[in-house]
Design a protein around this ligand. Sequence first.
Ligand code: HEC
Length: 124
Amino acid sequence: MRSMIVGFAIAVLPLCVVAASAAEEAGPQAFNNNCRTCHSWKEGDNRLGPNLHGIVGRKAGSVEGFNYSTAMKSSGITWDEASLDKFITNPNAVVPNNNMKPFSGVGDAETRKQIIDFLKSNPK
Ligand code: HEC
């Protein structure tokens, strides 16, 4: 009996490690696939889009020196998980006339969650 339990633990443990590292990889990968063409998560690193450092809790249109659309600057949004999720599903539905083009949205809810969780972790 005891050896069965030990055997079980030995068989299951590596699976847990693999699952955990797959989850860690999923966030950056989803971000790279969908957002990185235009965004960096590093503070001060603005590309075609503003840097997304600390975006969860940040006021929309508030990165110093980035040339936002009037729509984004005057949207009055403070980004949280819910508003980010809606925005990256369909940017124009949340901030009409924004400049985040030609990005057409991320249709898959799981992928959106991975991206938002990743950004929320404030990657360095
Ligand atoms: C084609 C380039 C492009 C892609 C791809 C893109 N963005 Fe953007 N993003 C922009 C631009 C440009 C703006 C500024 C929009 C404006 O001023 O109206 C922006 C603005 C934003 C904002 C508002 C930032 C702020 O400071 O208020 C968020 C949040 C955002 N993007 C998240 C994302 C996420 C997450 C992804 C990937 C799922 C993504 N974007 C993909 C170009 C892009």
